[in-house]
Design a protein around this ligand. Structure first.
Ligand SMILES: [Zn+2]
Length: 235
C-alpha cells in the first residue's frame, strides 16, 4: 500500500471552475483564495517536518506569480506537475482552447525547468480532447478520473492515478466540515482501499491554522509517501 499527497496550488485561478462567478472586482472572495501562499507555507512546513514528499499540481498563472516558491519545492525533492494554465473549465473550451491551455501550462513549467509527465485537469473535468492530446505532448499519466481505486491504464496507454471527491479537501471545507470528519474518512480509505491512494489538498483550504492537523494526522497514520512520478514508475 502506497500513498501520494497531492497539493493543488490553485489560488484565485481556481475560481474559474466554481459556481457563483463572475469573480472580477470581488476582493473578499478572491482574497480567500489569495490565502494560498500563506497556506502553502504551512502545508510545506508540515511536509518538511515529516520528511514527506508531495506532488504539486499548479496552474501556469499561479506559478508565474511566484516561480521562486516552486523552484524551492523542486530543490526540496517535491514534484511539480501540470494543472492547466488559467485553470479554465475544460467543458467551456473548444479543441484549440484545450490545446492552448495545455501548451501554455507546459511553457510556464518549462520556465522553472520542469518537463511535466503528469496532468490533472482543472476541476477534475477531463475531456476526450485533452485526454487525446496528453500522449502527444509527452505526458505519461493523468490524475483526474475515478473509475477504480487502484492505478489503471486508459485506452490510449496513459496511466491513470485515480482520485475521488471524498479524498479532496474542498468538498468538506467548502461547508466548513470539522477536521475530525475528514481525517476519519481519509484514514478509513487508507485502511480499506486498493494498492495506492491519492489524497488532494488545496493550501487555501487545508492551510488554515485549525485545519492543518488534517495533514499531520494523515501522515501520522500512513507513514512514508511517494510522488506521483514514483507511483507511475511502480505501476
Ligand atoms: Zn485545481
Amino acid at each position: 500500500m502506497t500513498v501520494s499527497v497531492t497539493v493543488d496550488v490553485d489560488g484565485p485561478a481556481g475560481l474559474a471552475c466554481r459556481p457563483g462567478g463572475p469573480w472580477e472586482g470581488r476582493l473578499t472572495a478572491r482574497s480567500e483564495h489569495d490565502f494560498v501562499w500563506r497556506g502553502l507555507e504551512r502545508v510545506v512546513g508540515v511536509l518538511d517536518r515529516y520528511g514527506a514528499r508531495a506532488t504539486f499540481y499548479v496552474p501556469g498563472v499561479t506559478l508565474e506569480q511566484d516561480p521562486g516558491v516552486f523552484r524551492e519545492l523542486l530543490e526540496a525533492g517535491h514534484e511539480i506537475a501540470h494543472h492547466g494554465y488559467a485553470h479554465l473549465p475544460t467543458p467551456t473550451l473548444d479543441a484549440a482552447g484545450e490545446r492552448e491551455e495545455l501548451e501554455r501550462g507546459i511553457g510556464a513549467l518549462a520556465a522553472i525547468g520542469v518537463m511535466p509527465s503528469g496532468y490533472r485537469s482543472p476541476g477534475w473535468e477531463l475531456s476526450p480532447v485533452t485526454l487525446s492530446l496528453l500522449p502527444e505532448l509527452g505526458f505519461a499519466w493523468d490524475s483526474s478520473l475515478m473509475a477504480d481505486d487502484r492505478p489503471y491504464r486508459l485506452p490510449n496507454g496513459l496511466l491513470e492515478l485515480p482520485v475521488h471527491w471524498s479524498l479532496d479537501d474542498v468538498p468538506y471545507f467548502e461547508r466548513h466540515a470539522p477536521v475530525d470528519e475528514v481525517a476519519c474518512t481519509w484514514i478509513a480509505e487508507y485502511d480499506r482501499a486498493g494498492e495506492h491512494v491519492t489524497y488532494t489538498i488545496h493550501p487555501e483550504f487545508t492551510g488554515r491554522g485549525h485545519r492543518i492537523s488534517l495533514l499531520e494526522r494523515l501522515l501520522d497514520h500512513v507513514g512514508p509517501t511517494i510522488t506521483h512520478a514514483e507511483a507511475a514508475a511502480r505501476s
